[in-house]
Design a protein around this ligand. Structure first.
Ligand code: IDC
Length: 360
């Protein structure tokens, strides 16, 4: 009996010791060491973040926006933050509803680093009959965000076309530009293009100018100084008409001149020259070197004449279009489904020509 009691007492004592030891193990020191691990990994994560930030800052400072900062308009030219003349050169998307796959960071980065573009244009068709939906606003924002991360300038294009009169969807235009301006007013890279190509039975004085004044007024309440490009009559050709009756009371307003070299020759270049002579700031926010349908043969001679005029006058230009659609104006060959890293043979003839222009 004594032995049994001694055994029980021993078991109780031993169990007590085991419990005590376990408790000691699972208190402070254990937690502390855990904390240390967290702290250490936090420290190294912070270091990594700092390093990444430094690298990103270094990367950003070497980009077009990092170097040139906020742009403004001086007489007929765009100037950078130091007052130096700046010529923007870049690429326009096709309709975002048809070719959303080219709104990608890799795409923009490749065109910046390998071709030397400094601007992208995001073309959002505005006619619901050809695919405008409010969801596309998010695609535009995605594009703005990639451009911003890469230090590229970005043109936000309200792409009226079949809806020839910009007043048809003016309410929607104002709503859209307020949304974009509110979100990006502090960006250095935003450029607003408020009506791609007015056409049909519309005139500058009666329709386009009043539209522009209404939209500009709303943008300026939010974003006081970013460049705004305004479309001009007859698919953005009649800059000579606008030169005689420009929008007053705002800074940093430019006017769109669009051409397709195989269709638009001397007579549109004369309009451009008249605008230049009257010190109207123009921006070629869309052009190609085939005919006005976006297809047909390339006219290299006319293309050269246009390029000379633009480069001699530091006029910015953006080529139509970034897609592999089977049409001459697409800059990617229709046999390539890649959205970056194109070899020369994966570009269309227009694409090859354009990359050569950028590298001159
Ligand atoms: C064209 C596209 C073509 C599309 C058509 C209708 O290249 O694939 O089917 O629009 O949406 C413009 C317009 C631009 C046109 C282009 C060529 O701004 O949207 O794109 N163009 O026609 N103005 C003059 C020519």
């Amino acid at each position: 009996m004594k032995k049994v009691i001694t055994a029980i007492v021993l078991i109780v004592i031993l169990t007590g010791i085991v419990i005590l030891v376990n408790q000691t193990k699972s208190t402070a020191p254990h937690e502390e060491s855990n904390d240390n691990t967290v702290e250490n990994s936090e420290n190294s994560t912070n270091e990594e973040i700092n390093q990444n930030n430094n690298e990103q800052n270094k990367e950003i400072s070497n980009t077009p926006v990092g170097i040139h900062g906020k742009l403004s308009v001086k007489e007929t030219n765009i100037v950078d933050k130091n007052g130096e003349t700046m010529q923007l050169k870049g690429v326009s998307t096709h309709g975002l509803q048809w070719f959303p796959q080219y709104v990608s960071k890799d795409t923009f980065e490749f065109m910046r680093d390998e071709w030397g573009i400094n601007v992208v244009r995001l073309a959002m068709y505005t006619d619901p009959n050809v695919g405008y939906t409010k969801e596309l606003h998010n695609k535009v924002k995605e594009g703005i965000n990639y451009a911003t991360e890469l230090g590229l300038y970005v043109i936000v294009d309200w792409h009226i076309l079949s809806d020839g009169n910009p007043n048809t969807y003016k309410t929607q235009a104002i709503e859209f530009f307020k949304e974009i301006a509110n979100e990006y007013k502090d960006n250095e890279n935003i450029i607003y293009e408020i009506c791609n190509e007015p056409n049909g039975n519309v005139t500058w004085t009666k329709d386009i100018k009043p539209y522009a004044e209404d939209v500009i007024k709303e943008i300026r309440k939010i974003d006081s100084d970013s460049i705004i490009i305004c479309g001009t009559p007859t698919w953005s050709q009649d800059v000579d008409v606008v030169a005689k009756d420009r929008i007053e009371g705002y800074e940093n307003i430019m006017y769109a001149l669009h051409f397709y070299a195989a269709t638009h020759t001397d007579w549109i270049r004369n309009k451009a020259q008249q605008a230049i002579d009257s010190k109207l700031p123009i921006f070629v926010s869309e052009f190609s070197i085939c005919d006005a349908s976006g297809n047909g043969a390339i006219d290299y001679d006319q293309a050269e004449k246009w390029m000379s005029l633009l480069n001699e006058n530091n006029i910015s230009f953006v080529i139509w279009n970034l897609s592999n659609k089977q049409e001459t104006s697409s800059i990617i060959s229709s046999s390539s489904n890649k959205t970056a890293d194109w070899l020369e043979e994966e570009l269309s003839e227009t694409g090859k020509w354009f990359v050569q222009q950028l590298q001159k």
